[in-house]
Design a protein around this ligand. Structure first.
Ligand code: KG4
Ligand code: ZN
Length: 340
């Protein structure tokens, strides 16, 4: 069975083909970062228009790479949400049209479910149950995962998402959009320990996060310091605070659930300082840790093809018509439901 995956939830057009026999057989990505950089953030209308231009050529590229024809596609999966409504509609409309033309089933998948399943595409996939730390531009979730569609949210951010905090702090430091990777690079040259920001909400029980106060602490440090603090020191102190906050909550979640595996996914999961710290937390708790490869931490088509494959193979299908859910809580999901 070959599943085509289409990701258009934000500013990346991601297309992939997943085979139940051969695994991932092709994937392509077009990043719109350069389109949005001059505006300092994603412009939804520009994102939708660019997805329209990119989706079908990327599908053709993937088919050519895999040596397949359109008729070889057995099912089509697209990102149904959460994300930007117009951008999501592009993927949904193309998926529905292809499904109709090829007479194949179509399924709209949850973007965050796809992120948390992304490590399954790697050589040493995690076993259920696992604890997943999902850290992206729009979401920060700590989830207990006991099976496909069985998600218990342990904690989430009460304000800014982790990626959003990285992007806003990067902006404060004068770095271009998207700031996360740039801030990581700047932090690499910063001195550890000479500046310390709070680890928000770690002094009380529970698993929730809050990052907006940290952003204000950075703003105050940048504005009020005399003599000025080097930007790389501020970047380093911010990154250390975020990483340590996640380390504390992840340790708690592993202890509370007894899960033997930790999954870290989403764009911020590409951060090497975070990966290194969580590796040692998991090792200390006797848990195995699974990360997607760097390219599949940020948005991509492979994770959509894989998540779609899991549910399509179990018989789940979308109803007729392109359907999107710009807001869609992860814990509304259920295990695959076969169509009658
Ligand atoms: O998962 P993703 O590609 O898109 C969403 O679903 O939101 O995540 C994008 C977020 C952005 O905020 C970006 O700045 C952040 O992930 N990010 C990083 C790194 N790479 C991407 N944050 C910190 N360090 C990185 N290396
Ligand atoms: Zn994402």
């Amino acid at each position: 069975m070959i599943t085509l995956g289409i990701e258009t939830s934000c500013d990346e057009t991601g297309i992939a083909l997943y085979s139940d026999k051969a695994g991932l057989v092709a994937h392509r990505l077009h990043s719109q970062a350069a389109t949005h950089a001059r505006y300092g953030g994603v412009v939804p209308e520009l994102a939708s228009r660019d997805h329209i231009r990119r989706v079908l050529p990327l599908v053709e590229d993937c088919l050519a790479e895999a040596g397949l024809r359109p008729a070889d596609i057995d099912g089509v999966a697209y990102t149904r949400g959460p994300g930007l409504a117009g951008a999501l509609l592009v993927g949904a409309a193309v998926a529905e049209s292809l499904g109709w033309a090829l007479e194949r089933p179509v399924l709209g998948v949850h973007h965050m479910e796809a992120h948390l399943l992304a490590p399954m595409l790697e050589a040493d996939p995690p076993d259920f149950p696992f604890v997943a730390l999902l850290v992206s531009g729009g979401h920060t979730l700590l989830v207990e995962v006991t099976g496909l569609g069985r998600y218990r949210i342990l904690g989430e951010s009460l304000d800014d998402a982790a990626g959003e905090a990285f992007d806003k702090t990067a902006k404060l430091l004068g770095l271009p959009y998207p700031g996360g990777p740039q801030l990581e690079a700047l932090a690499g040259g910063g001195e550890a320990g000479s500046l310390r920001f709070p680890r928000p909400m770690t002094d009380r029980p529970g698993f929730d996060f809050s990052f907006s106060g940290l952003k204000t602490a950075v703003l105050n440090a940048v504005r009020d310091a005399d003599p000025p603090i080097p930007r790389e020191t501020v970047a380093r102190a911010f990154q250390d605070a975020v990483v340590e906050t996640f380390a504390i909550k992840v340790r708690r979640a592993l202890q509370a659930t007894g899960a033997g595996h930790l999954v870290v996914a989403g764009g911020v999961g590409a951060n090497q300082a975070l990966r290194g710290r969580l590796r040692s937390v998991a090792a200390a708790e006797g848990a195995a840790v699974a990360f997607p490869r760097l390219a599949f931490c940020t948005d991509n088509g492979a994770m959509i093809a894989y998540a779609g494959h899991c549910r399509l193979a179990a018989g789940e299908r979308s109803g007729d018509g392109a359907d999107v859910r710009p807001r869609w809580p992860l814990d509304e999901l259920r295990p695959p439901a076969a169509a009658d």
